[in-house]
Design a protein around this ligand. Structure first.
Ligand SMILES: CCC[C@H](NC(C)=O)C(=O)O
Ligand SMILES: NC(=O)OP(=O)(O)O
Length: 318
């Protein structure tokens, strides 16, 4: 594997899942693979799970790790080509990227959507500059339009907890005080559409995601109807994608907050969320603390998804 930015990069999902469960049984099985190899993790945005689980995954494979928070300690970076750099940014990404590539073997990048220009975001301008100019294999630690390490961990978790071969999985929008990226819901939809699950998306009108990610998923504007018979509920907030509303908050309607009311019409569904979660906006305390909540095992599986991805990138170096 030469990059990991989307579901297609991991190849056959059944093989990827088999590798994940093999590693889950013995996560140090490939500890020699990464000896004297260095992972560089570059964050343009905050992180807890990705930062910790990906470092742990690198240690599982015997790698060295360097972490750079671009906006703390490094030079502020200009990302637009052609700009006259007479402002507050002393360095351009087009120099910084190949320099960073000199010091490592693999690069992970976190660079959220900026919500200033939909084309800039949806062309994955920042991530693709790392792919083009670093000279190293690059993987996404959540970019503008996808979060594949999260989605892979989500799939591992559903496979571990499902009670039927084709579970009903419902992704629901929920309110949030800030406009959040579409990367997590886009990516979850992309991975769910690559399985044979019964996948439904539910959100208020105006929150339609990019059709390229929605694919053949059923979209249901009535949340209660969507929840009927669900085996898994995956809650997430996202800002509007369509038209002039791009990056905007259209609703903070807390009738969409996942509570016992909605969970009561499911098939005793498991509750999932990628975290961090705003309690009593996205989900009530009772639901996220209930026996059906699997948000912690879901977060634990981030170490497993990252170990499989780093292993395949290291194998691709040979
Ligand atoms: C894993 C989630 C990261 C980010 N969350 C926030 C709060 O910015 C998001 O919603 O994309
Ligand atoms: N789910 C996830 O990626 O969490 P962080 O933003 O804390 O890394």
């Amino acid at each position: 594997m030469k990059k990991f930015t989307c579901v297609q990069d991991i190849g056959d999902l059944k093989s990827a899942l088999a590798e994940a469960f093999e590693i889950k049984k013995d996560r140090f099985k490939y500890v020699e693979l990464g000896r004297n190899k260095t992972l560089m993790m570059i964050f343009f945005n905050s992180s807890l799970r990705t930062r910790l689980s990906t470092q742990k995954a690198a240690f599982n494979l015997g790698m060295n790790v360097m972490v750079l928070d671009i906006n703390q300690g490094a030079w502020r970076l200009e990302t637009e080509r052609g700009v006259i750099m007479d402002g507050d940014k002393p360095e351009h990404l087009l120099e910084a990227i190949p320099v960073m590539g000199c010091y490592c073997d693999l690069i992970g990048v976190r660079s959220f959507a900026r919500f200033e220009d939909r084309d800039f975001d949806y062309k994955e301008t920042i991530l693709n500059q790392f792919i083009q100019y670093s000279g190293r294999p690059v993987f996404s630690m959540e970019a503008a339009t996808r979060h594949p390490l999260q989605s892979f961990a989500d799939l591992i978790t559903i496979e571990e907890y499902k009670k039927t071969a084709r579970p009903k999985v419902v992704m629901t929008w929920a309110p949030h005080p800030r406009p959040l990226p579409q990367a997590v819901p886009n990516s979850f939809a992309e991975w769910m559409n690559a399985t044979d699950y019964d996948f439904v998306i539910t959100h208020p009108e105006g929150y339609e995601l990019d059709p390229a990610f929605v694919g053949d998923a059923k979209v249901e504007y009535d949340q209660m109807k969507a929840f009927e018979g669900a085996d898994f509920v995956y809650a997430k907030n996202w800002a509007a994608y369509t038209g002039d509303n791009y990056g905007q908050i259209l609703s903070k309607d807390r009738a969409w907050t996942v509570s016992d009311r909605q969970m009561a019409v499911t098939n005793n569904a498991h509750f999932m969320h990628c975290l961090p979660v705003r309690r009593n906006m996205i989900v009530t305390d009772d639901v996220i603390e209930s026996p059906q909540s699997i948000v912690i095992p879901e977060a634990a599986n981030r170490e497993i998804s990252a170990t499989v991805v780093l292993k395949r990138l290291l194998e691709g170096l040979k």
